[in-house]
Design a binder for this molecule. Sequence first.
Ligand SMILES: *Cc1c(COP(=O)(O)O)cnc(C)c1O
Length: 389
Amino acid sequence: MSNEKQFETEAIRTQLERTGFLEHTSPIYLTSSFVFEDAEDMRASFAEEKERNIYSRFTNPNTSEFVDKICKMEGAEAGYAFATGMSAVFSTFAALLKSGDHIVSARSIFGSTHSLFTKYLPKWQITTSYFNSNEPETIESFITPNTKILYAESPTNPAIDVIDLEILGNIAKKHNLILIIDNCFATPYLQQPIKFGAHLVIHSATKLIDGQGRVLGGVTVGNANLIREIYLFSRNTGPALSPFNAWMLSKSLETLAVRVDKHCENAMKVAEFLENHPQVNWVKYPFLKSHPQYEVAKKQMKLGGNIVAFELKGGIEAGRKFLNAIKMCSLSANLGDTRTIVTHPASTTHHSLAEADRLIVNITDGLVRISVGLEHVDDIIQDLQQALI
Ligand SMILES: *Cc1c(COP(=O)(O)O)cnc(C)c1O
């Protein structure tokens, strides 16, 4: 009989071995280093003849508990935890690529990941080509003999396109590419990219994994050989997650399933409300039948997630007016919080892009993104309703 338990159980019952105090919750190990019994113990530890903690830049009991949980939730062999989502993204690429390598990436990706590909990796002669999220059939035309990595997020930010992970998995296999998926918007509860052929999965734990807007964190999990490269790179370069934040994130995972269920229930109601509002041109939510990739979303996601995108009639000016009229919801850069957050990308996060470039990634002037929180959904809808007049 398998020892594997259900997702919710692993999220709660994966924990460190109890100490002599028989504590119910894992303690926090705020220690920068660990001691050795004697010279032989120290030699064997550094030679990795035994698995043990040496220094918290390498491993720490709290970060290990957090990583073990995410591995179980994603069906991954191994992982490493980072101080932020972006340090997970950067360290993963820096550890696996060398000068001359090439990436094929979805065009709609997180802003800082886009900056990494366009501003920083080219300093080491690492280049990137982009495919449109809704045209995965074009991916193969971008692959060159130097292509090493195929990269995507799904659902995408902020336009909420859904990319068929099975197609990506098949292309990666055929061309011997490393498929990396940023699974931040879905969380391991809604979508497990490794099942579709991903080799590595990255999370910004800052979002729904913490879920309460408190701490930053990131994690990369997947194939053990690739994680070994990422671990060695990170152990030498220092992006490690703090034990305190790891403890917070591990506790947060205990409630991930119930929180995300409720987030999705609220988001679905908000999406349906907006779809019927006369001031709204269109709504994008993966589990609305009107979503262009509804069938793909149903195939690869358990529920639709907590992010709803919609287009206001009236463009940039209508977007600004709407934000100014919001009373309860927050205007903030975060997402995946208990608090509902409203953003208008064209006048904020993506204002530096020319309109034509925004349109390539489906960011129209009237696009509003809502990270639906856990307040009572009637109050969320009431706030949106009064701001839409
Ligand atoms: C926020 C985010 C990141 C970056 O995470 P940080 O924890 O803010 O560094 C990466 N990818 C996606 C999709 C995100 O939403």
